[in-house]
Structure formats: structure tokens, C-alpha cells
Design a protein around this ligand. Structure first.
Ligand SMILES: Nc1ncnc2c1ncn2[C@@H]1O[C@H](COP(=O)(O)OP(=O)(O)OP(=O)(O)O)[C@@H](O)[C@H]1O
Ligand SMILES: Cc1ncsc1CCO
Length: 538
């Protein structure tokens, strides 16, 4: 007989030690159930057996009123004494096969899993569900010396579960602000498998208003699940809305880009750019040239305060400065649902850059990642293209479209691969842009400026969306607006302006080209874009 199906959506792990002063555990529990907790695990690290049984018994009594099942952490004896739905065990607790013999065929057994090997074992041993973690650093568990998985590490584990029927929740450092990032960012790269729920301790238990805290978390999980249901059969959409369904044509895309050019001029969004020292001034100038407004703020407190006011944020770690500011700026962009463009300059060139990229990506979910062939190759863990400092070396990828599509799925972000031809994907559609000038290879920071313009158009796309729609109709969307079109617009506007600049008789070399480029970005009209755009849908 199959075991009972649990709803893992909002899985509360209890922790009496986190209660705010004066808050009663049972009162807090009942409020969290009223707020939408779907499953409760009683976790008592310090209680002796008698006390544990008593807490579990009363917990079950309250949960029964709401038809919410209870699991017991680690202790098979407590589970048997109270008659709960099952147990949750860790890697160093009673081995799963032995636990199964002890508790019988009908009880649920969940297992904590920290990596793909442990996941494979959990599948072999027949776990009912796995708890994947820690996703992020957490105050409730000592994870010193172990790497946090981040949303993408969680996604790699989820890939292994596809087709097994084993359910999965993520645990560790999950809070309301990073929940949308986790849900979207952990969609598994190969199979598009997603989490069945999240396990939360302190966001609920430490709250003075556990009902409200649970309601807020539940709303995000439910709308994520609704959005996934609506997307069944179409796996190209992740953390942002996009118009990738059938009927795409060059005309349609160019028309949308033209529309965004007008929005940018009307709205003048503020674009915060944490970028490198080499390009900072040029990046601020190209921002102004297309009608947006630059601010190059890096201080952690300052970027925090600015975040609600900006249209988009760019993080470019070309000279690897301001890591703390980058962490805060990216996290706040996620919290405030602002598009976040990540330019991991020369990420493949050194281990420091690779580690920094991973560290940043464990803090936030980018909306768009842009890089040259070496950078995108490093992010995709491909060895096809080597890096030479900030540049790519060699001939490029054999199949660039496949690389961007796969990386977009893996990272749950729009990917932009630059070079003589640019490739853009949301994990489903791949666009190829063949505009540009060879002079772009002869000025420094052309890739960085392209990233800046993508951020400007991401802000325009968000504004356009919000002008037409109710804000946050779907709470699970990390960012609103069509980010595939935004990335296309940034690349098209930059490369077309570069063609017009290069054609000018007064342009004699990289120096005159550099200033002509800013002028031509300023003068570029939607009509010229219509005439010159060389976009293909692959
Ligand atoms: N040979 C070329 N012909 C046309 N366009 C090009 C050429 N090389 C680069 N581009 C364009 O220049 C922009 C920057 O791309 P590139 O791949 O050179 O970035 P990058 O290597 O990151 O640059 P940087 O490190 O200087 O910032 C893109 O918009 C791309 O389309
Ligand atoms: C030259 C250079 N060095 C670090 S960042 C940068 C700008 C181009 O990426």
C-alpha cells in the first residue's frame, strides 16, 4: 500500500530555542498552522526522552486540529510512542534501511542530503523525501567547513530525483526575501525538476507573528507552484516573464526593442552599477546616452538604501573590488524585485574569480548573466574556450546556441554570450545577433558597456510591464518584465550604434570610435534599429 502523500509546501521544523521572549511554543505553533504550515517536524536537540515525548504529543494534538501531519526528528522511539506520520533522519542517525525495519512499511522516512552522492544513496535506500541543505548559512546548525549548496547546488540534486517519485524540500538559511530566488534558482538544469517545498525554522518560530510569517511564505510557494503548473510542457521560463512562446519573428522582436527605447527615454530609470575601475566612466556615459540615469554606488549601506529607488542593478567584478557591496546590492535587488545583471569578467582566469562568482551567486539570483566566450565557458564548466585575462582566446564554441540554452537552464537566468556574433537564451529560445563593429574589440570594456545597456533595458522592460499590469500579480516572479527582450535590446542598441559610429568619416581609429560611439548611442533612432537589426531566432 502506498504511504500517505504529504504536502511538503511549507514544512516547519520546530526550534523552541528560537522563540521570541515571552512567546509560548504551542501558541506559536498554532498560529503558524493557521498561517498555512503544511507539515511539522518536531526537533528537540536537548530535551530528555520524557520531555520530547510530551512536546511531540501536544504538538500532534494541535496539528491534528488542522489535519497537518507531524514527523519526529531522529528519534524512532518518540515517533512510536506518539504515533506520528514518520521520522526525519540525518546522515549520522540510524541508517535508513534499519529505520525502515523498525518503524514498518507505512511510516514516512525523510533523509537529510548534502550532496549528489548522498542523494543517490537516499534513492537506493527508498527515502520518501529528502531535505536538501544547507542552501545558505544558517544560525540553527553548525555547518562550519562545509560548502553551502546555493540554489544551483540544490538544483543539481533535484535532477537526480526526476522520475523517482521522491519528494524534496530545501533547508538552511531560507527566509522570505530569498525564497523566490531559491525556488526559481533551484529548478534543475537537466530535467527542470523543482522543489516540492521548503523547510523553515527561524523565519516562523522567531517571529512575533508566526501566522503572518507563514502566510507570507506560503503565498510565494503557492504562486510558484501555480506558475509552474501553468508552464507545464513549456520549460523555458524561469525567474522572469518572457514572450518566448510561438510566433516569434524578427519583426516582433524589433518592434519590442523599439518600444523599450521609447520607455527608456520617458522613464529615465536609475541604474546602479557596481562595476570595475577601468570602465566606470564610459559605463556612466553610455547609460546617459540611451536615456537612463547612472549611479555608481558600491558602499553596502548606500546600495541597500538605493535599492528601492533603482530600475535595475549591474554587478561587474572586473577589478574584483567591493565584494560586500555586491553581496548587499544583489540581495536587495532580489528582495525589491529589481532586474540584476551579472557580468563575471574574466571568471575563468583565476581561482579567486571563480570562487568569488560562486560566493556571489550563493547570495543572490541574477536575472541576466552576460559574458564573452571564455566567461560563459567558465560558467558552463566547458573547456572549449580558454581565457586570456579579460578576453576570450581561440575560435569560440562549436555550438554556441546549445551552450547558452543549457547555461540558462542551469542558472535559471537569461544568458548573453558576446563576440562577433551574440547569442541570447532564456533556456528555451535562442536569439542570434550579427550586428557590431570590429572596433569593439579595440576599445576596453565594450563587453562591460554592453552589460550596462542590458541593465538599462531591463529597467525599461520592468517599467513597461508595471505600467501595463498590476504589480506582483504573481508573487513567485522574481522580476517582472520581458528580460529576453531586454537583453536583446541592450545588445542590438550597442552593436548597431557601433556600426553607425564606425561608418563615420571622422572615425580614424579606436580613440575617435570611442567618442563617436557615445554620440551614436545618443542619436540612435528606432527607425535605424529597424533598418539595421540582424536578429535570427535559432
Ligand atoms: N568582431 C566583432 N564584430 C562585431 N561586434 C563585436 C566584435 N567583437 C565584439 N563585438 C561586440 O562587442 C561587444 C562586447 O563583446 P566582447 O565579446 O568583445 O566583450 P568582452 O570580451 O567582454 O569585452 P571587454 O572585456 O572589453 O569588456 C558585444 O556587443 C559584441 O557583440
Ligand atoms: C581591462 C580590464 N581589467 C579588468 S576589468 C577590465 C575592463 C574590460 O573587461
Amino acid at each position: 500500500m502506498p504511504r500517505i502523500q504529504l504536502d511538503y509546501s511549507l514544512y516547519l521544523v520546530t526550534g523552541r530555542e528560537f522563540l521570541p521572549p515571552g512567546k509560548d511554543y504551542y501558541e506559536s505553533l498554532e498560529e503558524s498552522l493557521q498561517g498555512g504550515v503544511t507539515l511539522v517536524q518536531v526537533r528537540e536537540k536537548d530535551a530528555d526522552t520524557g520531555e520530547f515525548i510530551e512536546v511531540a504529543r501536544r504538538t500532534k494534538q494541535i496539528c491534528d486540529k488542522y489535519n497537518v501531519p507531524v514527523l519526529i526528528n531522529d528519534r524512532i522511539d518518540v515517533h512510536l510512542a506518539v504515533g506520528t506520520a514518520g521520522i526525519h533522519i540525518g546522515q549520522t542517525d540510524c541508517p535508513l534501511p534499519l529505520a525502515r525495519t523498525l518503524i514498518g512499511p507505512d511510516a514516512i522516512i525523510g533523509l537529510s542530503v548534502r550532496n549528489t552522492d548522498e542523494c543517490k544513496r537516499a534513492i537506493e535506500q527508498g527515502a520518501d523525501y529528502i531535505g536538501i541543505g544547507s542552501v545558505w548559512p544558517t544560525g540553527s546548525k553548525d555547518i562550519k567547513g562545509r560548502k553551502c549548496l546555493g540554489p544551483d547546488g540544490t538544483g543539481e540534486i533535484l535532477d537526480l530525483l526526476d522520475g523517482t517519485g521522491i519528494q524534496a524540500v530545501a533547508i538552511g538559511g531560507i527566509h522570505l526575501p530569498n525564497l523566490p530566488q531559491l525556488l526559481h534558482g533551484s529548478i534543475s538544469p537537466k530535467t527542470s525538476n523543482a522543489l516540492d517545498g521548503v523547510a523553515v525554522i527561524s523565519d516562523i518560530v522567531a517571529s512575533h507573528q508566526p501566522r503572518k510569517a507563514s502566510e507570507a511564505l506560503r503565498e510565494i510557494i503557492d504562486s510558484f507552484k501555480r506558475a509552474r503548473k501553468g508552464l507545464e510542457g513549456h520549460k523555458g521560463l524561469f525567474g522572469s516573464t518572457s514572450s518566448v512562446s510561438g510566433g516569434l519573428s524578427r519583426e516582433y522582436l524589433v518592434e519590442k526593442v523599439q518600444g523599450l527605447m521609447r520607455v527608456l527615454e520617458q522613464e529615465t530609470p536609475l541604474i546602479n552599477q557596481l562595476t570595475n575601475k577601468v570602465v566606470m566612466n564610459d559605463s556612466a556615459n553610455v547609460t546617459l546616452a540611451v536615456g537612463a540615469s547612472p549611479i555608481m554606488s558600491t558602499n553596502p549601506r548606500d546600495v541597500y538604501d538605493l535599492s528601492p529607488a533603482i530600475g535595475a542593478c549591474l554587478i561587474n567584478f572586473g577589478t574584483v573590488d567591493d565584494k560586500e557591496g555586491m553581496k548587499v546590492a544583489g540581495r536587495q535587488a532580489n528582495v525589491n524585485r529589481k532586474p540584476l545583471v551579472f557580468d563575471p569578467v574574466a571568471v575563468g582566469a583565476t581561482s579567486y574569480r571563480r570562487e568569488t562568482a560562486e560566493e556571489l551567486l550563493a547570495h543572490w539570483q541574477p536575472t541576466i548573466i552576460k559574458g564573452n566566450a571564455a566567461e560563459i565557458g567558465a560558467m558552463a564548466e566547458s573547456t572549449e574556450v580558454a581565457s586570456r585575462g579579460v578576453d576570450a582566446a581561440g575560435a569560440g564554441f562549436k555550438d554556441p546556441g546549445a551552450i547558452v540554452r543549457a547555461l540558462a537552464k542551469k542558472r535559471a537566468a537569461i544568458i548573453v554570450l558576446t563576440g562577433p556574433e551574440d547569442y541570447i537564451s532564456d533556456g528555451h529560445t535562442v536569439l542570434k545577433v550579427s550586428n557590431g563593429s570590429h572596433f569593439l574589440e579595440k576599445i576596453t570594456g565594450s563587453g562591460c558597456q554592453a552589460g550596462t545597456l542590458i541593465a538599462c533595458f531591463a529597467a525599461a522592460s520592468r517599467s513597461y510591464y508595471l505600467n501595463e499590469n498590476e504589480p506582483f500579480e504573481d508573487d513567485s516572479q522574481l522580476v517582472q518584465g520581458d528580460m529576453l527582450i531586454a537583453a536583446l535590446a541592450g545588445i542590438l542598441i550597442y552593436t548597431i550604434a557601433s556600426e553607425v559610429a564606425a561608418d563615420r568619416p571622422d572615425v580614424k581609429g579606436p580613440g575617435t570610435f570611442r567618442s563617436a560611439l557615445i554620440d551614436e548611442l545618443y542619436n540612435l533612432t528606432p527607425e535605424v534599429v529597424q533598418q539595421r537589426a540582424r536578429v535570427e531566432i535559432l
